[in-house]
Design a protein around this ligand. Structure first.
Ligand code: ADP
Length: 767
């Protein structure tokens, strides 16, 4: 029901009720006053007549009586007059039918049922009644007058109801029109944001409402603008923070690498006891500084959802024990009882990110030892089998330390939290450890909690979910590096601009008896590769004149098979998500994070120089997260290829695998990156095909094949691989023929993936 209708109905109802009451009371009043008037008139006429007729009746003067009767008859509304004496009519006048009926006195108008008000009056003389006068008054004129009055009043009332309805309709229309305008304006505000203005303002209160609305909208628009600016500012600040952290990590980690490396070398030289102590303190501080930087970086990456967990097979017991063992000296030096129990049937081979599990354990155990002066630290590990080849692991880290106050437990896992500032200040820490643990547990579908009693101790419990390996092909990757250099005559080039790092790397290689060449920047590296023969290159990323990626691209484009196949390992202090993909895309084979360890350098040299023929351009590092998915996919792809099976444009299984390896949140970003990169790569391939540039074609097709397979573009990957193999086999002419087919497959594949991206991704544990 509209407001207008309600207004009209309400007003009309009130009006009708009031008018009906008025009409009835007016009619009643009119009827009463007319009755009173009639009665008075009848009675006074009868009394006067009785008085006048008394003598004439006494003397039986019929002529006078008749005169009197006729005189009375002349009075308006008198219907008849009768004078009787001793039951005999003496004089009569008027309607005979009325005179002939039996006489019944009327007391009020209500008792009149024949249209005549009958009144009998005694004719008294000397206090003796010797006759009666009966008079009949016609009531029809009164009734007619009342009927006319009723008609007039009802008519007037109807006109009034109509006028009121009209007025309320007009008012209602006016009100609703303005209310509708306001509603539209408010809706506009809701959909298009603040700023909308109403144009016309009536001068009444409604106009004031419109004006108030306009003022509010304008103010909101202003506030909205301020907020938008503030948000943009905050976003920019956040971006700057990330950039700052990335560059800070680079700026601190790189020289730190130098410092720690030199300290490492220094430790091996002849030192006095005091010097040794100083070196050890410096090393310890350096490591602590690096751990704080790593914590901050980890946290920033988790905040921006760019931290990607690895999904590799590993030995769970070995992983836990390696952390636990590293605390044995601490336990001994602090005189604490330290035990670790594996409860029940714990799976040995699992898949997941062992480094992150170690990180959680290191953190919680580190805290346990940090905050426990006497008693014990105990680690318990239990497992519970879940559906879908998964296992839920529960770790309890129990200590008998200082414990935590109840009120601190609520915010303990918040970032930068240190319960006892004074105590914590004496203990090193960033207050980020537990926040990182919580986020890592969440990433592994688990939780972390604590039960603690001050002065008694704390038990930190965390759960994670891992996949159990039963796949024969899932070989456990041992992180223990082989320190023995398998190719002592390898010709190694290192491109590094930082003097301290150059020194460290040179000294490290000197230790294993390997002479290396050093390039000061990317440009120099390219020139040296053109002039000398190298087996492997370690390439710093950030360098003046030309960065490592550009240099690698140039090396790859040198159009000479030895540099095209030259293993190039990135040395990077960059740690942001997507960096690794960028290195691989630029043509690098692998990467190492700074600070560098000699063992890692040797591991890479051994890996590449023993398998060069197999590892050309492959992301072959065991640290490369995509490598396992990639290898599995290649197997499947080859089978499909051999059997001539129709291959999907977008392989959902690969995407699901990718989600498991990374996270659903990062998928759109990865796909976007891939789509963009593939467009560029396809353009390069097109040019290479037109110019019949076999090397570029082979390289680009290889990279496209790898990246498109990683993102599920199976058909495109298959075709790229085919082109790459044709080039490798010297059948490049056949490869050039595939130009149109590649273009068509690429368009369809990239479009299908773009469409799939728009449908969104979610984590689904079951594949
Ligand atoms: P930090 O890097 O400073 O150790 P954490 O996030 O790991 O930061 O820990 C935050 C705070 O929680 C610590 O400063 C300490 O006050 C408290 N805490 C953590 N573990 C324990 C423990 N086992 N016993 C007592 N207090 C603890």
């Amino acid at each position: 029901m509209t407001l207008r209708f309600k207004t009209i109905l309400g007003i009309a109802l009130i009006e009708i009720v009031v008018l009906i009451t008025l009409v009835f009371s007016a009619m009643q009043f009119l009827a009463d006053s007319n009755e009173k008037q009639l009665l008075q008139r009848a009675q006074s006429s009868a009394i006067m007549f009785a008085h006048a007729a008394k003598d004439a009746l006494n003397s039986t003067d019929l002529v006078t009586l008749n005169d009197l009767v006729n005189t009375l008859m002349a009075i308006e509304d008198v219907a008849y007059v009768r004078v009787s004496h001793d039951g005999q009519d003496v004089a009569v006048a008027g309607d005979e039918s009325l005179l002939s009926r039996a006489f019944i006195t009327d007391t009020s108008l209500a008792s009149v049922d024949d249209g005549v008000f009958d009144l009998r009056t005694e004719i008294v003389s000397d206090e003796q009644v010797f006759g009666y006068v009966d008079i009949g008054f016609a009531t029809s004129p009164i009734k007619q007058m009342l009927a006319e009055a009723k008609q007039a009043i009802v008519g007037l009332a109807a006109v009034e109801v109509f006028l009121v309805a009209l007025a309320s309709f007009t008012l209602g229309t006016y009100l609703t029109r303005h209310l509708t305008r306001l509603t539209t304006a408010v809706n506009n505000l809701g959909t298009h944001g603040p700023g909308y203005q109403l144009e016309q303002h009536p001068t009444d209160e409604l106009g004031q409402v419109s004006k108030a609305f306009n003022e509010m909208s304008a103010k909101l628009a202003k506030d909205h603008q301020h907020l938008t600016q503030a948000r943009q500012g905050a976003e920019q600040a956040n971006d700057s923070k990330s950039r700052f952290l990335a560059s800070m990590s680079h700026e601190i980690r790189t020289p730190m690498n130098g410092v720690l490396g030199i300290l490492n070398i220094l430790e091996e030289t002849n030192l006095t006891a005091e010097q040794r102590k100083m070196v050890s303190t410096a090393t310890e501080s350096g490591h602590f500084l690096l751990s704080v930087i790593n914590d901050i970086l980890d946290f920033t990456r988790m905040e921006s959802n760019t931290l990607i967990l690895e999904d590799k097979p590993f030995d769970l017991r070995h992983c836990v024990e390696s952390v636990v063992d590293s605390f044995s000296p601490t336990a001994a030096s602090q005189d604490l009882v330290f035990h670790c129990y594996f409860q029940g049937d714990i799976p040995t081979k699992v898949r997941g990110d062992h480094n992150r599990i170690k990180q959680i354990l290191l953190n919680l155990l580190g805290n346990a030892f940090k905050f426990t002066q006497q008693g014990s630290v105990t680690v318990k590990i239990a497992s519970e089998a879940l559906s879908g080849e998964k296992v839920k692991l529960q770790f309890d880290i129990q200590d008998t330390g200082i414990g935590i106050e109840k009120n601190a437990l609520d915010y303990l896992f918040d970032e930068f939290t240190m319960v006892d500032q004074t105590y914590s200040r004496s203990k090193e820490g960033s207050g980020l450890g537990l926040a990182i643990c919580r986020r890592l547990c969440h990433l592994m579908d688990g939780e972390v909690s604590v039960v603690s009693v001050p002065e008694v101790g704390s038990t930190f419990t965390f759960t994670i979910q891992l996949k159990v390996c039963d796949d024969q092909h899932d070989t456990i990757i041992e992180s223990d590096a082989n320190h023995e250099l398998l190719c002592p005559n390898a010709r190694i080039l290192v491109a590094e601009d930082n003097r301290a790092n150059q020194l460290v790397i040179q000294e490290m290689f000197k230790r294993v008896g390997l002479q290396i060449d050093m390039a000061q920047n990317g440009l120099e590296a390219v020139e040296m590769i053109q002039n000398y023969q190298y087996d492997l290159v370690f390439m710093d990323i950030s360098m003046p004149k030309m960065d490592g990626m550009k240099a690698t691209e140039m090396i790859r484009a040198l159009n000479d098979p030895s540099s095209a196949n030259l293993p190039i390992i990135a040395l990077t202090a960059h740690s942001l998500a997507g960096d690794k993909e960028k290195f691989i895309a630029s043509g690098m084979n692998d990467y190492l994070s700074k600070p560098l360890r000699l063992s890692q350098l040797i591991e890479k040299i051994n890996l590449f120089l023993n398998e060069t023929s197999n590892t050309t351009f492959e992301p072959s590092s065991p640290n490369n997260r995509q490598s396992i998915a990639y290898r599995l996919s290649v197997d499947k792809q080859d089978v499909a290829n051999e059997k001539g099976i129709n291959v999907d444009l977008v392989d959902e299984t690969i995407l699901q695998q990718m989600i498991e390896d990374t996270s659903a949140d990062i998928m759109p970003m990865l796909i976007e990156h891939y789509l963009e990169e593939s467009q560029q790569r396809l353009a390069k391939i097109a040019v290479a095909m037109t110019n019949e540039d076999k090397n570029v074609l082979e390289f680009e097709a290889h990279t496209l094949g790898s990246s498109s397979l990683a993102l599920g573009n199976r058909a495109l990957s298959l075709l790229s691989r085919k082109i790459e193999h044709l080039c490798l086999e010297g059948r490049e002419k056949e490869a050039y023929q595939l130009k149109t087919e590649l273009e068509l497959t690429a368009i369809r594949s990239l479009q299908a993936l773009e469409k799939r991206k728009q449908q969104g991704f979610s984590e689904s544990p079951e594949l």
